[in-house]
Structure formats: C-alpha cells, structure tokens
Design a binder for this molecule. Structure first.
Ligand SMILES: Nc1ncnc2c1ncn2[C@@H]1O[C@H](COP(=O)(O)OP(=O)(O)OP(=O)(O)O)[C@@H](O)[C@H]1O
Ligand SMILES: [Mg+2]
Length: 478
C-alpha cells in the first residue's frame, strides 16, 4: 500500500518536473524578450528624435537665413515676410517664433506673442550663438520639441528663430513597434512552451519506464528490467536500479530456499518420529526391547530437531541488524586450550588425536562466547568428517595483521566444486553422510557470520581423501 502511494507521488513529481522546466524556460525567454524589446524601442525612439531634431534645425536655419536682413533692419512687418512664414509654418506643421536680440517677439506664426518678451532656455542659448533643443510634455498639447537657432548677419547674432513642433507621432510610432514586438514575443513563447513540453516528454521518457518497472517489481516480478537506450545519467540510474532488482531477486530466492530448507529439515526427523510412534501404537504384543529401541530412535530424532532449531535461532540472532557483540580483550591461547579440553572428549570416541600447537600468546578484543562457537563448529566438522584414528591439529600464530587459527584434519576432504558453497546455509557435500552424522549444514554459515562480524574471514584448503585445512583469520586490531 505504502509503495503504491510512493509510486503515485513519483508520478506527481514527474509531471511537476515537466512544468518546472517549461516555466523556467518561459521565464528566461520572457526576461530576455523584455530586455531586447526595450533596447529596440529605445534605439528606434532615439533615431526618430535625432532625425526630427536635425530636420527642425535645418528648417529653422532656412528661416533664419530668409529673415536676417529684415530682422536687423527692423522690417519684419513686411507683408511677404509674414505670409511666407505663415505658409512655411503650415507646411512644416510647426509654430515659428522669431525674436530679436532683446528677446522681443518680432514674428509669431500664431500671432499671440507678437511684441512681447519671450524667454526660453533654447532662445537664450540661440542668442548666445548656439543651436539648442528640448522635449517637453504638456497636458493639453502633448509632447512637443522646442528648437532654437541664432539669426546671424555679418557674424553678429541679431536674433533667434524658435520652432515648436508636436512629436506625439514619434511616441505613437514607437508604441506601435512595441505592440508588434509584444505579439512576436507571445508567439515565440507559445512555440517554446510547446517545443519544451514535447522535448521534456522525450527527456523524461526513461523515468516512465522506471516507474513502470518499479510497479512490476512492487508486485514481486523481479524479472522485469529497465531499458534505457540513451547514454546519459538516466542510463546510470537504470543500471543501478537493475542491479538493485537483481540483488532483491537474489535475496528473495535465498529467502525462499531458506524456508524450503528449514521445512524440509524439520520434516525429516518429524516423519521418522511419526513412523516410529505409529509402529509402536500398532504393535499387538508388548516387546520391551523393541519399545526401548524405538524410543531411543525417537529420542535421537528429538535431539536432532532440537539441534536444528537451536542452530536456526543462533542464525536468526546473528541476522538481527544491530547485533551487539560483547567484546573483551581475550587471550586466544587460553580460549583454545579450553575448547580443545572439551572437544578431546568427543574426539576420543572416534580415537582421533586432537593436538593444540600454540606458537605465541595472542590477545585480541572479541566476543568470547561467539568466537568459541565458531571454532567449535569447525573442530566439530573436523572430528565428524575424519575417520577413526585420524589426526587433527589446531595451531595459533600471527601473520600480517591477523591472528590465525589453523584447523587441519586428515579426513575425507572436500571436492573442489563444493568449496565455494560450504559456507551457504544448509549446504552439505554428501547429504546422506551428513544426515548420518547429524549435520544440517548450518555450522559453517554460523561460523562465517560470527567471524565476519569480527572483521575477519575464514579460508579453506582441501584435498579429497587427504584432508582439509581451515584458517580462521581475526584482525589483531579492530
Ligand atoms: N573438515 C571437513 N572435512 C570434510 N568435509 C567438511 C569439513 N567441514 C565441512 N565439511 C563439509 O561441509 C558441509 C557444511 O558444513 P557445516 O558445518 O556447515 O554443516 P554440517 O556439518 O553438515 O551440519 P551442522 O550444521 O551440524 O554443522 C558439511 O556437510 C561437509 O560436507
Ligand atoms: Mg558442521
């Protein structure tokens, strides 16, 4: 249930990544377009204004040239001057004002300032002999451009020509260009959004495959694999995921095998007990010897069941994630002497010579009980798989960074192809023989896990019919 929920969340995340990509692209494009459009409009505006100004300057200069004699001789009231300036004013669509060098208006195409003093920054500059211009915004008449040029006669400034002209059409023109650019921007953003939408679909398709496979794996189908044909990060994720599925499959198979093995191992002694007890129940006569014999068999099967269950419990405890080892500094020498003393009793039953060779005193930090169990499991094997009157040598020495406990026997040996399996749970080389000796195939896997928990390893060398050497290697320093 939880997994389905997670898969659903993944789906949400997937969609949002697509939209995040689109919105990021759109935002970037929007900012870029706004900046570009502003620059374009500003440049066009400046070009228009510059053109307008130059145009007006040359027109004002033409007027100045026409009227300079009249202005210096005080003959501005001549009819032709009035008429031609009025006509020209209409022609160039500007108000024309001409002032003498005392700022008095000598001619006004609108006639309203005639004879009055007319001050303006532009006129002041023109009377100093400079061309001058300015842009103003009036509520009633809108945006206007003022320009003024000097009227010069015989190198002397005799007055100034002033032009005032509406430039609203320039603003209108620029606004029109801005609208066109806006339209182009909206269209290009829409195209970008569509392209990114489909592109994101292609880019994130591997995620869809991954989601599909996760769903399959969630349903227990470990055969499903993610296929990514691109050569990018998604491929790496897919490969890592496929590896994870393989590992999960392996673990699942191990679990199934383990349950099957446990059931099988428990069933064998139970079947024997059932057969033995049924035969006793079905006996017509009471034969004490037979009863005793059968009960001894039942007793040994119960022992076997007990052994299997206690081994399984040891394994389960070792499997617990946070296994806490009770580590103490221990002399391996004394530990080995104690173990050999106990095991000699068992070895004696098969007339096996069990010897201990201690080369040096070695002290390391271990969980004594657990290490003892591992060593016993291996010596127990040596005794079990060595014939009567055999010899077992146990030796302790240091090599590299390890304390090594070597257990050698001259027993049956292990075939080469079995060597890599003997540490697996329930693995036995000769099932029939092991069963006779009471083995379940758990002893070595328990020993392996205990040594691994201590940071060590177990090596094995064996020759069929000659004997086997086990090396328990424990790091001297943890
Ligand atoms: N010293 C040895 N000589 C020959 N074969 C061995 C030796 N030690 C282990 N083996 C083989 O490895 C197998 C696995 O050993 P392991 O100790 O795990 O299981 P077991 O001895 O059969 O059962 P138990 O769980 O009671 O120990 C054994 O069944 C045996 O075939
Ligand atoms: Mg064993």
């Amino acid at each position: 249930m939880v997994t389905i929920l997670e898969v659903d969340q993944n789906k949400k995340k997937f969609v949002s990544v697509r939209w995040k990509l689109i919105s990021t692209y759109l935002l970037l494009i929007l900012i870029t377009l706004i900046v570009i459009n502003l620059v374009i409009c500003k440049t066009v505006f400046n070009i228009y204004i510059e053109q307008e100004k130059n145009n007006s300057f040359s027109k004002a200069n033409i007027i100045s040239n026409r009227v300079r004699h009249q202005l210096s001789n005080d003959r501005m009231d001549e009819k032709w001057v009035q008429v031609s300036i009025d006509d020209y004013s209409k022609e160039i669509n500007s108000r024309i004002i001409i002032v003498d060098n005392s700022n008095i208006v000598q001619l006004d195409s609108h006639n309203s300032f005639l004879g009055e003093k007319f001050y303006h920054d532009e006129i002041k500059a023109a009377l100093r002999g400079e061309n001058s211009s300015g842009i103003y915004n009036f509520k009633q008449s809108g945006r206007v451009m003022y320009i003024a040029v000097p009227v010069i006669l015989n190198d002397e400034v005799v007055g100034a020509t002033f032009l005032s002209r509406s430039i609203d059409h320039i603003y209108y023109e620029v606004r029109h260009i801005w609208r066109k650019l806006e339209l182009i921007s909206v269209v290009s953003m829409a195209i970008t959004a569509i392209v990114v939408f489909f592109l994101a679909g292609v880019i994130f398709r591997p995620l869809n495959d991954l989601k599909y496979t996760i769903n399959k794996v969630t349903q227990g189908n470990f055969k499903e694999k993610v296929h990514v044909y691109s050569n990018d990060e998604f491929k790496e994720v897919a490969e890592a995921f496929n590896m994870m599925i393989s590992k999960l499959e392996e673990v699942d198979n191990q679990r199934k095998d383990f349950v099957a093995n446990v059931s099988h191992e428990l069933r064998t002694p139970l079947t024997s007990i059932k057969i033995l007890s049924e035969s006793l129940i079905n006996q017509d006569t009471f034969d004490q010897d037979i009863y005793k014999e059968f009960l001894i068999d039942i007793d040994s099967e119960v022992d076997r069941l007990n052994n299997i269950i206690s081994d399984l419990l040891v394994l389960v405890n070792l499997d617990k994630e946070k296994l806490v080892l009770d580590k103490k500094i221990t002399y391996i020498n004394y530990l080995l002497e104690k173990i050999i003393f106990r095991m000699k009793v068992i070895a004696k039953q098969k007339d096996i010579d069990l010897n201990l060779k201690l080369n040096e005193k070695i002290q390391i930090k271990i969980d004594e009980d657990k290490i003892q169990q591992a060593i016993i499991n291996i010596i127990d094997n040596a005794i079990k798989y060595t014939d009567i009157k055999g010899t077992i040598e146990v030796e302790l020495y240091k090599k590299d960074k390890y304390a090594i406990i070597k257990i050698s026997d001259n027993g049956s040996g292990i075939p080469e192809e079995s060597l890599e399996h003997i540490f697996e749970r329930f693995y036995r080389v000769d099932k029939a023989r092991s069963r006779n000796t009471g083995g379940t195939g758990l002893g070595l896997s328990i020993a392996w896990e205990i040594i691994a928990y201590h940071g060590g390893i177990i090596d094995v060398e064996s020759q069929l019919g000659i004997g086997t050497d086990f090396y328990i290697k424990l790091p001297l320093k943890n």
